[in-house]
Design a protein around this ligand. Structure first.
Ligand code: NCD
Length: 437
């Protein structure tokens, strides 16, 4: 179904319109007569009451393939993405083997194309094996068929300032960027949760906010010194926001993302000792959540990114200290973002489209994504029902893993349909089962 007539969608910024898609691209917007389309093999989708957003773009997805296909595969992860309204995801490099060569990034991109549920843009490792010692084959990954532009050792901080400087000088030559997992490792040795009153009470070793802020401050300086682009992954503290705001005001080429869980949950959740709440960086204080929400609306934080981190039961359903950090995100990100931006009645859909689609597409250089419908653009959209609610049932998720912190919660907004180049990957809230390759 790459010829489709979407009837009466509420298009952000334009009001109610019909959108006619032919051969994967927008052919017409406005009032399109059904009669003119019936003879031409066009499927009609009734979007009355639904909001049409540019397809969501995730800057930070762990797809776990190659290497941990028991937790997620490119296929299952992109099905989860489509279910969540995403049309493109950037796949983090901490797979086994690590995505530090042209061969691995090409393999991940090829698996994404074969699955056909969302465009998969691999992120390359900054350092060989994520070890922080020697630069990975950045040039070869950039020149490969996967055309990598974003590099990250996520899961690990690029801690060595010399390595970070060299990586920035390198990526600058092709307008690439480094996505930094900001964590000063000496300050977080043994850390289990946010350092503060709750960690003191529980007696768990703390992850101090300064461990994030110190690296962000350093990398702002390195970005300015080299003139290269730095993107900050999963920003989680109020002080980080201040540093990024000042850096942007000076004209540093820095961008930042926040994760849905850091917009909603706090370190109070650790009192349950349920490792589903263990994540890196950790859940912070209420005061951080409030600042992150405001910064997202303001645009100091550029994008929502899921940090979708699927884990197999044996890595998560164990004691807190032994559990891996990370939580699922793709299928709940839109609902949680709407909640964080004030709920379905209050949310500014244009801001939501900006932070979940247009800006992340721009940061990642995904030109066919993050586009509002215009004649000629690729039809990468999602249709959401702003007045519907749903209950998160872990067993019902498309992800292979179950580590969602929202189990049993009723969330606002449902994804009714997702279109990738005009093909429905999700229709009537259900994943389309035919292969799309
Ligand atoms: C990430 C993962 O599981 O790959 N986990 C997480 O809590 N964000 C990696 C990491 O950043 O530790």
């Amino acid at each position: 179904m790459s010829n489709v007539l979407i009837k009466s969608a509420d298009i952000v910024g334009k009001g109610r319109r019909d959108v006619l898609v032919r051969d994967g691209r927008v052919a017409e917007i406005g009032s399109v007569s059904e009669k003119s389309t019936v003879a031409k093999d066009v499927e009609v989708v009734d979007a009355d009451g639904l909001v049409l957003l540019p397809g969501l773009v995730d800057l930070h997805t762990h797809l776990r393939e190659p290497g941990r296909e028991d937790a997620e595969t490119v296929l299952s992860g992109t099905r989860a993405a489509a279910k969540g309204g995403y049309t493109a995801v950037c796949a983090m490099a901490n797979s086994y083997p690590v995505a530090d060569t042209a061969g691995v990034v090409e393999q991940v991109a090829a698996l994404g194309r074969a699955a056909g549920y969302a465009d998969v843009q691999p992120i390359g490792a900054v350092s060989i094996g994520l070890e922080g010692k020697r630069l990975a084959e950045i040039g070869a990954m950039a020149q490969s068929a996967a055309a990598v532009r974003m590099f990250s050792d996520d899961g690990h901080c690029v801690h060595d300032p010399v390595l970070m400087r060299r990586a920035l000088e390198y990526v600058k030559t092709f307008d690439g960027l480094v996505a930094q997992h900001a964590e000063e490792p000496r300050l977080t040795e043994g850390a289990q949760m946010n350092e503060g009153a709750v960690s003191a009470e529980l007696g768990l070793p703390g992850w101090p906010s300064v461990a994030e802020e110190a690296i962000i401050a350093r990398d702002v300086l390195l970005a300015e010194y080299t003139g290269a682009r730095v993107h900050f992954c999963h920003v989680s503290t109020a002080r980080s926001v201040d540093i990024i705001r000042e850096a942007k005001a000076r004209g540093a080429k820095v961008t930042a993302e926040v994760c849905p869980h850091h917009l909603l949950l706090t370190d109070e959740a650790a009192r349950s000792y349920d490792p589903v709440y263990k994540v890196n960086p950790p859940l912070r204080r209420e005061a951080d959540v409030a600042v992150l929400r405001a910064a997202l609306v303001e645009g100091v934080i550029d994008a929502v990114a899921t940090d979708h981190a699927p884990h197999a039961p044996q890595d998560k359903e164990c004691e807190w200290a032994a559990a891996r950090p990370g939580m699922l995100g793709l299928e709940t990100a839109l609902s949680i973002s709407v909640l964080a931006l004030g709920g379905p009645a209050e949310v500014d859909w244009d801001v939501l489209a900006e932070r979940t689609s247009r800006t992340p597409a721009r940061i990642a250089g995904l030109e066919a994504h993050g586009r509002d419908p215009q004649p000629g653009t690729e039809a990468n959209f999602t249709l959401v029902d702003p007045s519907a609610t749903w209950t998160v049932v872990p067993e019902g998720l498309a992800s292979l893993s179950r580590n969602t912190p929202y189990a049993g919660m009723e969330l606002p907004v449902t994804v009714q349909a997702t279109f990738l180049r005009g093909r429905a990957t999700v229709l009537n809230g259900k994943i389309e089962e035919e292969t799309h390759s």
